[in-house]
Structures are given as C-alpha cells and as structure tokens.
Design a protein around this ligand. Sequence first.
Ligand code: HEC
Length: 203
Amino acid sequence: MRFAPGIPALLPGLLLLGCGGLRAPSSRTPAIDSAGVAQARAAASDLGSDLMGMLSSEMARGGPAAAVAVCADSAQERTARHQQAGVQVRRIGTRVRNPANTPDSLEALVLAAFAAGLTTGRLPMDTAFVQPLASGGYELRYLRPIQVQEKCLACHGPADRLAPGVLDLIAARYPADRAMGYAVGDLRGAITVRLAMPLAPAR
Ligand code: HEC
C-alpha cells in the first residue's frame, strides 16, 4: 500500500480536528485495515469512473457547452447515488465550482499535503487515516488526488482556454465559481471517502 510520505506526521493535528479536543488514542483505536482501504478505493473508483463516463459521453455528444449543463444538473445527484450505509464518497476541489464540494478541515490539510507532494514530485496515489469522532466512534478517511488533464481545460482552464458558451453557463449556474485558471498537471482536488469503522474489541 502506498500512503503519502509525510502525511502521517499530520496525525496529531488530525486527532485534534476529529474530536474538538485532544484525546489520547486508546488501546481500542482501530488500526487502518486493508479491507477498509480496499472498500474505500472501490467506492472512489466507482464514483470517479461514473462521473468521468458521464463527462466523456456528454462531451462527445454535444461538446463542452452541452456537457457543462448536464454536469451542473446531475453531478450532485450522481454522487448521491454512490452513498451506501456507512460509506460516504464525494469530490472536493482545491478551489471549488460548487460550494457543496468544499473540503472539510481534514480534507483541506490533506489537499495541502498533496499540493506539497506534487511540487516535490512525490504525489501519492492515495492516503488514509483513522479519525476519532466526537460521538466516540471512528472513521476511515481516504483521499485520492485528482489532477488536471488536457480535456478538463474546456471548463477549468484559464478564461481564454474555456470552450465557447461555457463561461456564460458557468457564470449563470455557479456565480461564486473559483474552479477556473487551472493548468494541466495541477492538483484539481480529490475523491474523498469516509468509512464507518467498527470498534476493536477491548483488551
Ligand atoms: C464540460 C465542462 C467540464 C469539464 C470538461 C470538466 N469539468 Fe469538472 N466540473 C464541471 C462542473 C459543472 C462542476 C460542478 C459540478 C457540481 O455541481 O458538483 C465541476 C466540478 C469538478 C470538481 C469538484 C470540485 C468543484 O470545483 O466543485 C472536480 C474535482 C472536477 N470538476 C474535476 C474535473 C477534472 C479532473 C476534469 C477533467 C478530467 C473536469 N473536471 C472536466 C464541469 C466540467
């Protein structure tokens, strides 16, 4: 398994974030288990390929202006379809188009670590943590970075690279849009998964 070098060093801060006060990890803190990571990876891949499939077919059918309208109408609803009991999966952005895709505080820290990794040529494939919850339970938090590709520029590139008609549609649907001005290779965001973890038996 390849986890982000350096990211585990953030863990004490994450414990703080998780419960609103420092709580020492107890002997019952569950370990990151490979079955949980495999489940999170599968959920991330399913959402990623579903949204990418929708984007590709709409781009092929009607070009970027038609595709942006379809994405705006259905990206959130498609994402919601991927939620299962105990598994939440969604996309977040380094700068968001839809405010619903704003990272939480842990996700913002991991995006910053991914961005730092990218500048040193060490962007991990994905990363995972155990986060304590205020309710007393734990979650597996899993994040997979998303980088900008050439085909993303029609809707996320600099204003002069946007496809015709896209700017107006985005301005109408997303008046607070911040998701333009990206270049190929930039960190665009991540797929993020939260998995409920069973408590380990007390020893
Ligand atoms: C046809 C236009 C279009 C193209 C091309 C496009 N996107 Fe988007 N993108 C959107 C729209 C519209 C949203 C907002 C969706 C929503 O409401 O959740 C979005 C949102 C996102 C988000 C969620 C964060 C945010 O800003 O709200 C990510 C991550 C993302 N896009 C990545 C990509 C990547 C990577 C590519 C290229 C593979 C790409 N997009 C290509 C239109 C596009």
